[in-house]
Design a protein around this ligand. Structure first.
Ligand SMILES: [Zn+2]
Ligand SMILES: [Zn+2]
Length: 324
């Protein structure tokens, strides 16, 4: 056994030596999938070749807060303008282009400005395909995103894109305003850019996505709610779970979720940060608030690994995750 241990050690060293030439985290050879948090509900999922974005929102404008949310406190030194619902807010093109130079697919969970404001620019600059509701696609059309880049979904589709496939899952918006939030609005066709924040905020329904990529199954939520019957029986190894405080309005939010999904191996909290603050600002208050979510997941699914993401830090998925 001891000899075996030495052998293993040597093998490890040799392997480490053999991989001394740096490679991108995801390569075609190993299909290593990485996830990167971009703030709010925004993520990048990549194998080093194909880049999939979820609700990418890098502008982090000082826009109107959700109903009953406490008014934001400006970070010292933050002199950016404050926008109201009737204002047009230009996306932070410099931040977007710096962080998102390439993309192949953009999945949008719902049409609120913290999910969709940056997507027209990303679609036009990267020529990526935007998958979302009719509401989302009408916002894209207003900005002249070509029809061939738009795939409109309503939930229930299961589409094959070659290197990955995606099951579109009907879902629900976060129960904001102590369950009083409700919107049946759909952004209409025929709008012309630039849109006000109000015009790019008709929710249009909310979707979740199950992305099957290199043997992994990654279930993506963009907020703090789900339809139990739509997720029962899914067995993702990775779940992006909405973790902000409105989840507490839901009965046994984390417990039912973990049970219904057969206790996934990895949970990544999403939509938990203060997205009104610039990237460099402290998120300590949000991290503190996240601790109760982590406890809930631990109690419901003790073997599940929980990783609190840092902005733009790659989280590589272990190949053994998919051996579940
Ligand atoms: Zn929303
Ligand atoms: Zn949101």
């Amino acid at each position: 056994m001891r000899n075996l241990a030495i052998l293993c050690l040597c093998f490890t060293v040799i392997v480490a030596g053999a991989t001394a030439i740096p490679k991108p985290a995801g390569t075609k050879e190993n299909g290593r999938v990485t996830l990167e948090y971009m703030g709010a509900a925004g993520w990048r999922i990549s194998d080093g070749i194909t880049i999939i974005l979820i609700d990418p929102y890098l502008s982090r404008i000082l826009g109107p807060p959700p109903p009953l949310a406490p008014p934001y406190t400006r970070t010292p030194g933050d002199t950016r303008p404050v926008y109201g619902w009737n204002d047009v807010a230009a996306p932070d093109v410099a931040a977007i282009d710096a962080h998102v130079p390439h993309a192949d697919f953009v999945f949008v969970t719902h049409t609120h400005y913290d999910h969709v404001l940056d997507v027209p620019h990303i679609a036009l600059s990267t020529h990526s395909t935007v998958i979302g509701t009719e509401s989302t696609e009408n916002v894209m059309r207003a900005y002249g995103v070509p029809e061939k880049q738009l795939i409109t979904v309503r939930g229930g589709e299961d589409f094959d894109f070659g290197v990955f496939s995606v099951k579109v899952i009907p879902s629900l918006h976060s129960p904001l305003d102590h369950k009083h939030y409700f919107s049946s609005e759909i952004a209409p066709a025929g709008m012309k850019a630039p849109l006000t924040l109000q015009q790019m905020h008709p929710e249009g329904g909310t979707l979740a996505y199950l992305i099957r990529f290199h043997g992994h199954q990654i279930l993506v939520f963009g907020g703090m709610n789900y339809i139990e019957r739509e997720i029962e029986g899914l067995e993702p190894d990775v779940v992006l779970v909405g973790a902000a405080s409105s989840r507490k309005e839901i009965y046994d939010y984390s417990g039912r979720l973990m049970h219904d999904l057969h206790f996934p191996l990895l949970v990544l909290p999403t939509h938990w940060d203060n997205f009104f603050a610039p990237y460099g600002a402290s998120q300590q208050a949000s991290v503190d608030a996240l601790q109760s979510f982590i406890q809930e997941i631990r109690a419901a699914s003790p073997k599940t690994k929980i990783v609190v993401p840092k902005y733009f830090e790659a989280i590589p998925l272990e190949p053994e995750l998919k051996l579940k």
